[in-house]
Write a protein that binds this ligand. Structure first.
Ligand SMILES: [Zn+2]
Length: 278
């Protein structure tokens, strides 16, 4: 299956014959009304506006480095995942969006291996019945996704940081595919690059995720970028990952819609031809 990720409603209509991920809430605090017959995306703790308004909300390391856009390796602000007030508001929003149709969580989990060591997290970890910090983080995120699951009746997809090395996703974010297998309908892995001058890493990462998720029977969607890339290059990338991905979606704007349309046409034609051969 092929589709798009977009924040433009006109493209939702234009690609009605494809899978459409619609950016309902993003990390810049843009909020759009959720749509029917798409997969609406909601940023979880990625929320630059909230962190700007109150820096004490940000997830932080033991040396008080905050998860802010200016911090090396961070492109947006991230709120501490154990902040109760924020969590309650987030679940209310998820309940609203999930009531319309399928849902995809973006920026779920802790924003890196060293996060979060804020007072709230330290207190909750110390009060918990487990003494392994990694296990506590994973349980925190699993419980959140379980709560999300109970707030939505349609399909639930979760975005995964593109690091399939065994144990790394759990260590970075607290997302543990084994724990989440029974709760989600698929993982979405962004493998984005401008122009895709090199592509070996795309195939390698897709293959790594497929190996783990296939064993857990969790469908894999790979998200590619259509920014500044030629049709033939994007078709080539798609063909390389097709053996591993159940779906491929392209981040699409009005400027790139025609490129994406042609890529999908050529790749769908590939699938049709191979189906005939089989
Ligand atoms: Zn915290």
């Amino acid at each position: 299956m092929y589709g798009i990720l977009t924040s433009e409603k006109a493209l939702v209509d234009a690609f009605a014959d494809a899978v459409v991920h619609y950016s309902t809430d993003d990390v810049s605090a843009n909020k759009r009304p959720p749509l029917e017959n798409v997969i609406n995306t909601v940023a979880c703790w990625g929320d630059t506006a909230a962190v700007r308004a109150d820096p004490s909300l940000a997830a932080q390391t033991a040396d008080t480095t905050r998860a802010e856009p200016e911090t090396e390796g961070h492109h947006w602000g991230t709120v501490c995942p154990t902040n109760e007030t924020y969590r309650t508001t987030l679940l209310e929003r998820i309940s609203t969006v999930g009531g319309v149709g399928a849902l995809r969580l973006t920026t779920p989990g802790f924003p890196g291996t060293q996060f979060c060591r804020c007072e709230s997290c330290e207190r909750k970890f110390n009060a918990s019945d487990i003494d392994d910090w990694q296990a506590w983080r994973a349980r925190t995120i699993t419980q959140f996704i379980r709560d999300v699951r109970s707030h939505c009746t349609d399909e639930l997809y979760v975005t995964a940081y593109p690091d399939p090395y065994p144990g790394n996703l759990r260590g970075r974010t607290g997302l543990d595919p084994k724990e989440l297998a029974a709760l989600v309908d698929g993982f979405v892995v962004p493998l984005c690059s401008i122009s895709y001058e090199t592509t070996y890493w795309v195939e390698s990462l897709a293959r790594g995720f497929a190996r783990e998720l296939d064993a857990l029977d969790i469908p894999l969607t790979v998200q590619l970028s259509a920014s500044n890339v030629r049709v033939d290059r994007l078709v080539d990338v798609t063909r390389q990952i097709s053996p591993y991905a159940d779906s491929v979606i392209y981040g699409t704007t009005t400027d790139t819609a025609e490129v994406v349309r042609e890529v999908i046409r050529q790749c769908a034609d590939d699938d049709f031809q191979s189906a005939i051969v089989q």
